[in-house]
Ligand binder design. Sequence first.
Ligand code: KDO
Length: 325
Amino acid sequence: PKLKQVFTAAAMVVAMGATSFAHAADTKLRMSASASATDQRAVAMTEVFGPAVSDFAEFEGHWNSSLFKQGTDLEAIARGNLDMTITSAQELAEFIPAFSIFSAGYVHRDAEHQKRVFAADFMDDLKEEAKDLLNVKLLSVMYLGRRHVNLREDFEVATPADLKGVKLRMPGSDAWQFLGKALGANPTPMAFAEVYTALQTGAVDGQDNPLPTDKDAKFYEVTKQIVLTGHLVDLNYIAISKKVWDKFTPEQQATLQKASDDAAESARQKQLALEAELVQFFKDQGLKVYEPNLKAFQETVQGAYLTSDYSEQWPEGLLDKINAL
Ligand code: KDO
């Protein structure tokens, strides 16, 4: 049903016609995202993307899911209510199951691998599907970082078995719940905006995010340990409404594309630098930071995906192509 609703909305948007932006300087590009204003992705959109397109468009960022709830931005674009978002593979997988391959643990190896994967020919079909089905053009891949388990209590977590019964907050979609389960935990869906309070009150035992996000959201104030599981080299995509994109001239489109790539690169470098320095920051805050048995985590998580319905929805041979890049 979700698919049908969005499909109809996207078709309506396309049918509304394509008058081009005659006075393009008047064009507002409204972005809604769950990132905070101080998250490096938001900073790069505001400081790199916005100024680079200002001759013909006014970039307007809305952060902390202030316009649309986390997980509903893609539908807002499909309905024609939103111009841009920072979306995730997990959100896209709700409509296009093949995207779940990028939500699987231990598939992407690092930030550079993500970039090569996004640019690869085998991504063309997935990008086309996003345009056709959701009215969404994926411009660039953004590096969110390596997700690690972050817990309220300090107890030993060496293998997935040690997470048994741990109520682990995961973002709200099936792909995320599956990852939480694959890690050995008891996953609980919850919007990002609610996580700090849930950790504070003990409504959940922990959450998973990259170190820069743990710092930005101040999760270190309400947790005692970080286990460096690195279970997902997480990404987001800078996405723009296809209908909006089509109204720009080819020159403007080239400027938008470059602005998006430059913003993604700037955020990527800053996230990588933060990840390299933050273990010390958390230790200084009194948290314990542990290295688990990574082999045990990798084998358990990869095994869970390969024997699941998810991997059956991945296009034939795609995982091998990603691994070979
Ligand atoms: C989160 O909800 O844990 C998550 O890290 C998921 C990401 O896809 C992304 O949406 C991110 O939150 C938000 O932008 C907040 O940083």
